[in-house]
Structure formats: C-alpha cells, structure tokens
Design a protein around this ligand. Structure first.
Ligand code: AMP
Ligand code: MG
Length: 420
C-alpha cells in the first residue's frame, strides 16, 4: 500500500495514466454539443452546393448596368423567378433579369444580385413579364455566396477532437451526417459511506447527518460529462462496503466513494481496494481532502474521497473530473487560470498545497482583477463552495501570500479549454 503524501500533480498523472477514452458511439447530432468528435466529420457535397443569393433581389448581368445612374436608369426584362425550392432553369440573357430570393441558386448568365429595396418595378408584380429599373451599376459577385464557401466535397468540416458547438452540430447536418461519433459517457457509480448518514428526505436523528455528498458528486459527474448512478449509502461495516463497491464496480467505468477515507477505526476502503486490486495512492499533499485513495478495484478505477463535503467536491474536481473528460476524449484538461490581486493575507502552515475557496472579481472602478477568500475554509461547509468561483492555489513549499500580492487562481466555474 502506498504510504507517502503525493503532490497533487503526480497523483493526477498516476490516475490519468490508468484512464483511457471510452469506446466510440454515434449520437444524434444535437446530443454531440459540448463533446469532442471522436473521428473527423467530412462533407459529401460542396457547402453550399451552389452559388446562391445573399439577398432578396434581382440576378443581373453587371455589363447591362454599367451605365445606370439616377438620371439614366436602366430597365431590364424580368424573365423568371427563383424562390425557395423553385429553380429558374434558363439563361439570363442581355437586357434580362431574374427575381431571386435569399439562398436561391444564382441562374446561369447572371454575375451579381441587386437587392430588392433599390430596384423600381414597373409593368407587373416584379416576376415574369415585369420590368425592373436600376439606378446604379453592380459589381461582379455582389451579393453572391460562392459555392463551396464553407467546405469542398470530401473535406473535413469538424476535426477529430474538436468540441462541437451548436453551430458545429448544424454544420455536421449540412455535411450529410446523421450522427456524430463521440466517446460514450462513462457510468460513474457514486457511493456514500458512513453509519451516520441518512437520505436527504429523512430528518436526521441524534448524531446523524443527511447525505449531501451523493447529490453533490452526482451533479459534478453529470457536469463533467458522465452518467452518474447512485448505489446508496453503506454503513461503516466491512461487508456492507465491500458488497456495494463490488456491485458498482461490476457495471461502472469508475466508482467514486466519499467518507470512510480517514485513518479512523471504521475506515476499511483502502484495505479493501488493496486486497481486491491495487492501491496507487492513498494520501495527497493537499488541503482540503488529503485522504484520497485511488486504485483499481477488480479491474475498475476506484476513487475514494474524504467525506468532508467541500473536500469531496474539491477532490472530485481535481481527480474525477479530468478522468471523466479523458474518457470522453477531451484534450483540454485544465481549467482556465487567472492571476489576481489578493485582497488580504492568507495563512499557510504545513507543506500541503492549498486549494482555498475564493471569489475572483474585477473591481469595477480600477478594472483590476481581485481575489478574496470565502469567509471560512472549513471543509464541512458547502455554502462557501457553492459561492466560490475559483480555487486559490498555493504551492506545497510556498509561504502564505500577503495582501496586494498577485496570485494564481483556477476558475472552477469555466470550462477547460476556454481562453480568458
Ligand atoms: P469520513 O471521511 O468518513 O471520516 O468523514 C468525514 C466527515 O464527513 C464526517 O464529519 C462525516 O460525517 C462527513 N460525511 C461523510 N460522508 C458524508 C456525506 N455523504 N454527506 C455529508 N457528510 C458526510
Ligand atoms: Mg466516516
């Protein structure tokens, strides 16, 4: 069994080394939003497939309008019209124009579109049989969107690893995709350990507390892109703990427990994982949440977090979330960081890396980014975690920074890969 307190960076490396992207599945286009494409998406046609009008107006030959002016307008014969799905099959000849709607294919012979608003129609409704009068020349290509502007047939429209936005889901549809290949969502089994725990719907008796960790960790799992599944509360009983972990491990891609992680008499988790597989670390030089076990339980990655609610959330953020994102094929694995001016002194004792809950905000008057810790770093408190937008990170060997110093914060409210 591992004994030493690992730096978090090493712990993250050890853990991610045991995690692989999950098998590829096809999901409906809109469900790929926020996910990296597991394979490139290519288009089978030019996008768009034909040159089309950017405006409602008239498709013209610019040569016809070369001399047009307000004093000497040029009238063209309207010989056809193009509406959505209705294509004019003829040629636009000298002295002719075709009424055209936005997105309709530019007819043969025409080399510009003049918008409807600046054209005067005489002798009819503006369609075939009317005349259209122009008071200015047009430039070749004006108001025409070229064929293949977005992509050429056979070309890649979404790169492998590229995260799809809503626009990207639409682009894949234009390219003829009916589904997007993504790495499937990991099933994360969540277990709460502790004889003192009762379900949120129950009123705790003396010495009991409500199980808040399962809700927080399931939410964190879902937010990271996983499918969480709750396997219940197990009391501090060796057999009960083993049974529930075994049940979760048999059908999940990773099991995450909270509680039962400290060195108390009733903490069996690490010993159990060691017996049924391998423990890769069981102490991290960090605060909150040093008592974190990672190992492989009967072939399934297992993460045992400390029961203290804020410590469990921070531990999940630093270890489970990167694992989930790797399983989903994400390449960006670090939350954005900012450098901000500390508004107060920070106490630091000991040699553990601190992840203090804090809020970073731009001072509206000075425009300076400032960071202030939440009023308490007590790891039993969830309200300060709820309202924090960053973790103020202070390295293992660093001293506590003082007011006015520029410090490094991790934005836990902003997705990995976001440029700030
Ligand atoms: P442990 O890791 O079991 O030593 O638990 C540390 C602290 O976290 C204790 O005060 C527990 O009561 C508390 N705790 C453990 N599990 C949960 C949970 N699921 N929800 C809320 N608090 C918990
Ligand atoms: Mg306990």
């Amino acid at each position: 069994m591992a004994e030493k307190m690992l730096p978090i960076k090493e712990a993250q490396e050890i853990l991610l080394d045991r995690i692989d992207p999950l098998p590829v599945v096809e999901v409906p286009l809109w469900q790929a939003v926020g996910l990296p494409a597991a394979r490139p998406v290519t288009t089978d046609i030019d996008l768009s497939p034909f040159a089309n009008s950017a405006m409602d107006g008239y498709a013209v030959r610019t040569a016809d309008l070369a001399a047009a002016s307000p004093e000497a307008p040029v009238a063209l014969d309207v010989v056809g019209h193009e509406a959505a799905g209705h294509v004019f099959e003829g040629q636009v000849g000298a002295g002719e124009a075709v009424r055209i709607m936005t997105g309709a294919p530019v007819p043969e012979g025409a080399d510009a579109v003049v918008k409807y608003e600046v054209v005067t129609v005489t002798g009819g409704d503006g369609n075939e049989g009317s005349q259209a009068s122009f008071t200015a020349p047009a430039k070749p290509g004006e108001n025409i969107r070229e064929a293949g502007l977005e992509a050429r047939a056979g070309g890649v429209v979404i790169e492998e690893g590229e995260v799809l936005t809503p626009a990207g889901c639409g682009l894949a549809a234009s390219a003829g995709a009916t589904a997007v290949p993504v790495h499937r969502a990991p099933r994360i089994g969540i277990i709460s350990l502790g004889t003192e725990l009762v379900a949120p719907g129950e009123r705790p008796g003396r010495g009991q507390i409500r199980d808040s960790n399962s809700s927080a960790l399931m939410a964190a799992a879902a937010a990271a892109g996983a499918e969480p599944e709750f396997y219940g509360i197990a009391p501090d009983d060796r057999d009960a703990i083993e049974a529930v972990i075994r049940r979760a491990a048999s059908s999940c891609d990773m099991v995450v427990t909270s509680g039962g992680a400290s060195a108390g008499d009733y903490d069996y988790v690490t010993a159990l994982v060691a017996r049924e597989g391998e423990v890769l670390f069981d102490r991290i030089a960090m605060k909150p949440g040093k008592a974190i076990t990672f190992g492989i339980f009967d072939g399934t990655p297992f993460l045992g977090l400390s029961g203290n609610p804020a410590a469990a959330v921070v531990g999940f953020e630093l270890l489970a979330r990167p694992a989930i994102r790797k399983m989903r094929g994400h390449r960006a694995d670090a939350r954005p960081r900012q450098v901000a001016r500390l508004t107060h002194d920070v106490r630091k004792r000991g040699s553990r890396r601190l992840f203090n809950r804090a809020r970073v905000e731009r001072d509206p008057r000075s425009g300076v980014l400032e960071v202030t810790e939440m009023r308490s770093q007590n790891s039993a408190l969830l309200s300060t975690m709820q309202r924090a937008n960053c973790l103020l990170e202070i390295a293992e060997d660093a001293a506590g920074p003082v007011a006015g110093e520029m410090v490094d914060v991790v934005r836990i409210d902003i997705e990995e890969g976001t440029e700030l």
